[in-house]
Design a binder for this molecule. Structure first.
Ligand code: ZN
Length: 424
């Protein structure tokens, strides 16, 4: 198996582009090449039936590492209007486990910060209000900010005040003007998307009351590498953070990492608690040391990712080809951004997978970018009873297997490819 690789070749100019690139945090010029995924479609660029004749736009996707501040990052920055157009179809509330995770998080923060009717909570990238609604339900005044019109409208309809806008330093200054600031600033799964990191973090700081708390969640690069979650690398994710690289970023903006927790969501995430000020807590110092021991401060840690990704992609393709030759019918579950990357990188398309199903009605009737696999309603799984179904959002495996109990009772089997190939 070791010699099997995907057919996608590295771009000839990848090394040159790394050499010319500047780090997104420390601005050092000349990054170390890590992994060239080759030209990829937009991971959320779902294709309408009427547009199937038109080829998908492809954009280079290359990962590089900064030896100065240890930040792993992609070289490309696509303009936000390309990435988050009016068709942006992600609604957090479509995942039950995210909503539960959000409810627990909110209850804990209300208690920790002593929030009540005179407090103020702002969330950046508030999506459809899946998190803020838990604060609002308990009488805490909230404000959401989200650039995607659909989810922002859904939040407003649910009674969550939401600004449909990009968050940047200018907006932050406008929100903070003539005001003592917010008691709690939330920003989950947004930092990795931000092109102007310094403007964003400075903006967050200016929103914060002097004794307020910032809570951010980001995917953890350590788990990405260790579990070979290469399909979480896409154009929307500009940066892949460790505690060390985050600590360096926040220090520049007089924000102090007070506490870090590791969470199982999104394949392994960090929840970072920040307060205004300097220095670091003992717990954080121990985490920084632990990352150093694990090798995150050296390029060698990231080097294995490319070979592992090629092996993992090829293994799945070979397995699906084998099942197809045996005459099995194959489908997929979900149409997440990571599914677009995995399938395109592995070269797995309609010749192997007949269709996928997704709970988000905004995706029905569309096709996965690049590989053009049609997206249908979840009921299609029971109607068609494909023998095998590949779970694309592997981070939701337990939830999906539970929901699709009937499919398994009737003899259907699930396949999961990350962190390693399994049939359930
Ligand atoms: Zn750097």
């Amino acid at each position: 198996m070791g010699s099997v690789t995907t057919e996608i070749a590295a771009s000839p100019d990848f090394h040159e582009r790394c050499g010319a690139a500047s780090c997104r945090v420390c601005a050092r010029t000349g990054l170390t090449p890590v992994f060239d995924l080759g030209p990829m479609p937009l991971s959320d660029g779902f294709v309408h039936g009427a547009d199937l004749e038109r080829p998908d736009p492809l954009y280079p996707l290359g990962l590089a590492w900064c030896r100065e501040c240890t930040l792993l990052q992609i070289l490309e920055t696509l303009p936000p209007e390309v990435l988050f157009g009016c068709d942006y179809p992600y609604y957090s509330s479509f995942s039950d486990s995210f909503v539960r995770h959000a409810g627990r998080n909110a209850a804990e923060l209300i208690e920790r910060c002593g929030l009540g009717p005179t407090s103020r909570v702002v969330e950046i990238a508030s999506n459809d209000g899946y998190l803020l609604r838990h604060f609002a339900e308990r009488g805490v005044p909230v404000l959401g900010v989200d650039p995607a019109p659909g989810p922002a409208k859904a939040a407003q309809a649910a009674g969550i005040p939401t600004l449909n806008a990009f968050f940047d330093r200018a907006l932050a200054l406008q929100l903070a003007a003539g005001d003592s600031g917010f008691d709690l600033v939330l920003a989950n799964n947004v930092l990795a998307h931000v092109a102007d990191l310094h403007g964003f973090v400075a903006g967050v700081r200016s929103l914060l009351k002097d004794d307020g708390l910032v809570v951010m969640e980001v995917p953890y690069v350590r788990r990405l590498v260790e579990r070979c979650e290469f399909d979480t690398i896409y154009h929307e994710h500009l940066c892949y953070f460790s505690v060390s690289s985050l600590d360096r970023l926040f220090r520049r903006h007089a924000l102090r990492v007070a506490e870090v927790r590791e969470l199982p969501v999104h394949g392994g995430s960090l929840r970072i608690y920040l307060t205004a000020g300097e220095g670091e807590s003992g717990a954080v110092a121990a985490l920084l040391e632990e990352e150093e021991r694990a090798g995150l401060g050296r390029c060698g840690f990231y080097d294995a990712l490319e070979e592992q990704a090629r092996r993992s992609a090829a293994q799945l393709r070979v397995e699906l080809q084998r099942l197809r030759r045996e005459g099995r019918r194959l489908a997929a579950y979900g149409a997440p951004a990571k599914g677009t990357i995995f399938l395109n990188f592995a070269g797995i398309g309609e010749e192997l997978i007949d269709f996928t199903v997704d709970r988000n009605p905004h995706k029905h009737g569309k096709h996965i970018p690049g590989v053009r696999i049609p997206i249908r309603e979840p009921g299609a799984l029971i109607e068609q009873m494909p023998e095998y179904t590949l779970i694309l959002p592997w981070n939701l495996e337990a939830e999906i297997v539970r929901q699709q109990d009937e499919y398994r009772r009737r003899g259907g089997r699930f396949i999961v490819a990350v962190p390693e190939l399994r049939v359930i």
